[in-house]
Design a protein around this ligand. Structure first.
Ligand code: SF4
Length: 372
């Protein structure tokens, strides 16, 4: 397939892997931040092409994975109410809350639907004025503009039966929290390509300077990932900590100005709790005051709901790059994609799901041997 296969071409992949091997002199731990990058790395075996000095750990860039349990429980509390038509993307419906997942609510008779865009939810609200339509808005800066647009349009058209349960998160504060944690292992970062198509690269400059960590904004195909790793390793070996852009075909330094204006109009930053990590200052978006009439958390009074996380699941340590899925005792045993105990096994972008899909839970794989 043109424009895709060229980023997976075997000879070029090998040449880049050889360049990395020639460049690296010391051991380095690198983190890729996006769930999409994690999946490509595991699916194409990019990590297995690297010299032994380089370890890849997986960051908190899967939106479903970092949505706190209590937010899932808030979604359940809203979706259970009479007259509510609750919509979200498919992944969110399978994430277990304290009392099961949203699909179980659906099978119990609640009106829970999968949509492919927040604008689909808005259309449902217009088509069913007698119903109260709630869209579960989860994700990073990448999905925030579409959600902002839905609320913006709802306000403009006075669609009063539409609201949004917002649990948006921002990448830079989470990365800073990881870099500044006393147990941090990450020495170089493959930055979030899709997020930066919206936000640009300027937020990452002070982060690289302050924390002394090179950040290379990277793409998602094998050649993107290997080139990004090579650029990161080159900086580390030369003692530099700068922001570089490997994903130039999609990311401009200034981002997408129209999306940025919309985000600024609809959302304000807020402290946000991340699953397995805790509360990170200024790491989320919430609706501004002029959009409070569309804020489901306020309308349904579920903001005070609190829930304790499972003690079995180590996804918090995985999301901070401290451990990998095969180090979880439940991985591939009690916890599988069919019976997920934690969000990193539910989402198609989660690290545990990626390792499982690639068969890395099976006896005899290198990961399985080193974890046992
Ligand atoms: S394998 Fe399951 S229980 Fe273990 S960390 Fe991953 S999601 Fe959590």
């Amino acid at each position: 397939m043109k424009f895709l296969d060229e980023y997976r071409e075997a000879d070029s992949v090998q040449r880049l892997a050889d360049s990395i091997a020639r460049t690296v002199k010391r051991p380095w731990t690198l983190m890729e931040v996006c769930g999409g990058q994690t999946h490509s790395i595991v699916r194409y075996g990019v990590d297995r092409l690297l010299p032994p000095q380089i370890e890849l750990v997986h960051g908190p860039g899967c939106p479903v994975c970092v949505t706190p349990l209590e937010t899932i429980d808030r979604a359940h509390a809203i979706a259970s109410q009479t007259g509510v038509l609750f919509c979200s993307f498919g992944d969110m419906l399978r994430v277990p809350g304290s009392h099961g997942d949203l699909l179980q609510l659906k099978s119990a008779g609640c009106d829970v639907r999968i949509v492919y865009s927040p604008l689909d939810a808005l259309q449902l609200a217009e088509a069913h004025p007698e119903r109260r339509v709630v869209f579960f808005a989860v994700g990073f800066e990448t999905t925030a503009p579409a959600n902002a647009m839905a609320v913006h349009v709802a306000r403009k058209r006075c669609i009063a039966n539409f609201s949004m349960l917002v649990s948006h998160v921002r990448v830079p504060p989470a990365i800073e929290a990881i870099f500044q944690s006393p147990d941090n292992r990450v020495q170089g970062l493959l930055g979030p390509g899709h997020v930066c198509t919206v936000m640009g690269t300027s937020e990452y400059e002070p982060l690289a300077r302050k924390c002394g960590v090179p950040i290379v904004i990277g793409g998602f195909e094998p050649l993107d990932l290997l080139e990004g790793i090579w650029m990161t390793v080159r900086q580390l070996e030369e003692g530099r900590a700068q922001v570089e852009n490997q994903y130039r075909r999609a990311v401009r330094p200034e981002g997408n100005p129209a999306s940025l204006r919309l985000l600024q109009e609809v959302f304000e930053t807020v402290d946000r709790k991340w699953r397995g990590i805790g509360t990170i200052p200024a790491s989320g978006f919430r609706l501004r005051e002029q959009y409070h009439a569309f804020d489901a958390e306020r309308i349904y009074g579920v903001g005070d709901l609190r829930t304790e996380e499972s003690t079995v699941c180590i996804s918090g340590e995985i999301l901070r790059g401290l451990k990998k899925p095969p180090q979880c005792p439940a991985f591939g045993k009690e916890c599988t994609p069919e019976t997920p105990l934690g969000a990193t096994m539910v989402s198609t972008e989660g690290a545990c799901a990626a390792y499982h899909a690639a068969g890395r839970h099976l006896p005899g794989t290198p990961e399985k041997r080193s974890a046992s």
